[in-house]
Unconditional design. Structure first.
Length: 316
C-alpha cells in the first residue's frame, strides 16, 4: 500500500511539473563499562552485509581474523561515528550513562573482541566516562563506560579498512558493511551512471510485509521497487556508491518520473547520472514503527546508512 501511494504521488507531481515536497523528519553483577576510541581509518574504497540483514554478502570472502584493539592504556576521547573494540571479557551495557536504579543493566554482556559503533558521548557520570554504542553481535544499543576508575580501559580503538569492495577486514566482518560505510563515507558525495526504465512485469516487486517500517516512509522505497534500476557497468565486485539500498529523495522522485515520461522508449529505459550520499540530513531523525521495531538507535543507523539520491539527470 505504501508503495502504491508513493507511485501515485510522484506520477502526479511529474505530471504537474513540480517536485514532491520533502516530508518533515520525525524522528547482575558486572559494572557499567567501557572506553571507546575513534577508529583508525585507511582509505581505499562494498556493498555487502546490510545493517538490516546481517550476514548477507554480495561477494564470498574468507573468514576474517579476530578484531584487535589498537588503543593503549590512557585517556582517549572518542568521536561519534567511529568503531571500537571491547578489550574485556565482561562488558556491561546500560540504558543511561550512570550507575543508578534508573540505569537498567542490559544483556548479554559484551565479550572481548566485540566491535561496537560509537553513536554519542562522552558523558561523565557516577565517576565514569560513558559512550553510547551499538553492538551488532549482541544487538544492543546503550551506554558503556570507557574504563574502570583506575583508568584501565575496557574498550580500545578499532582499525578499519575503508572500501567499496568486498572486504576480509575483521572489523567489517563484525560490524557489517553498512556501518563501515557510515564510519568511512558519511561526509562524501558520490555519483554514478544508472539505467532507469519502466517496470515491465506484473506483481508487487517489494511487498510491504516486514515487521516494521521507517518514517519518513520514502526511506523504505528502494529505487528498484519503483523502476527497472541498476548499474550500467559490468559487475566487477566493486560498488560505486556506499550503502546497500538506494532511494530517491522526494524532491528528486518527480524528476526521475518526468525523464521517463519524456523518453522515446520508457521500457527500454534511459541512462541517467545520479548523485547522492549516505547520512542524508533527512534520515538522521527517522524512527521505526510497526509490530517489532528495532531500538531507536539502530533505526536511525539503518536510515543513515541508506544511499539517498539527491540529483538525477540524463546520462551520456
Amino acid at each position: 500500500m505504501r508503495l502504491a501511494v508513493w507511485l501515485l504521488v510522484i506520477v502526479t507531481a511529474a505530471s504537474c511539473g513540480s517536485p514532491v515536497p520533502s516530508p518533515a523528519p520525525s524522528l547482575s553483577s558486572i559494572p557499567e563499562v567501557g572506553p571507546v576510541a575513534s577508529p583508525t581509518i585507511s582509505p581505499s574504497g562494498t556493498r555487502g552485509t546490510s545493517l538490516r540483514s546481517p550476514g548477507s554478502e554480495s561477494t564470498a570472502i574468507a573468514p576474517a581474523p579476530t578484531p584487535r584493539a589498537t588503543t593503549k592504556p590512557g585517556a582517549v576521547d572518542l568521536a561519534r561515528d567511529t568503531i571500537a573494540i571491547v578489550i574485556t571479557d565482561r562488558l556491561r551495557v546500560r540504558t543511561r550513562p550512570e550507575v543508578s536504579d534508573a540505569s537498567q543493566l542490559l544483556t548479554p554482556l559484551l565479550g572481548e573482541s566485540d566491535a561496537v559503533y560509537v553513536v554519542d558521548g562522552p558523558v561523565d557520570g557516577s565517576g565514569y566516562r560513558w559512550y553510547e554504542v551499538y553492538a551488532p553481535r549482541a544487538g544492543l544499543a546503550g551506554w558503556v563506560a570507557w574504563a574502570d576508575k583506575d583508568g584501565e580501559p575496557w574498550i580500545g580503538r578499532g582499525a578499519i579498512d575503508c572500501t567499496l569492495a568486498a572486504s576480509d577486514d575483521a572489523v567489517v566482518n563484525e560490524i557489517g558493511y553498512d556501518l563501515m560505510h557510515l564510519a568511512c563515507y558519511k561526509d562524501e558525495t558520490f555519483s554514478s551512471k544508472r539505467r532507469l526504465a519502466r517496470v515491465n512485469d506484473d506483481g508487487l516487486r517489494c511487498p510491504d510485509d516486514g515487521p516494521y517500517w521507517h518514517e519518513p516512509g520514502w526511506l523504505d522505497i528502494a529505487a528498484p521497487c519503483v523502476y527497472e534500476y541498476g548499474s550500467v557497468s559490468a559487475d566487477t565486485g566493486l560498488a560505486d556508491v556506499p550503502g546497500s539500498v538506494e532511494v530517491f529523495h522526494p524532491t528528486v522522485a518527480a524528476v526521475a518520473e518526468r525523464l521517463l515520461q519524456e523518453a522515446r522508449d520508457p521500457i527500454a529505459g534511459i541512462s541517467v547520472l545520479v548523485v547522492g550520499r549516505i547520512d542524508h540530513p533527512d534520515a538522521r531523525n527517522c524512527r521505526a514503527v510497526g509490530d517489532n521495531p528495532p531500538s531507536p538507535v539502530r533505526a536511525v543507523l539503518e536510515c543513515r546508512s541508506i544511499f539517498v539520491i539527491t540529483a538525477i539527470q540524463l546520462g551520456n
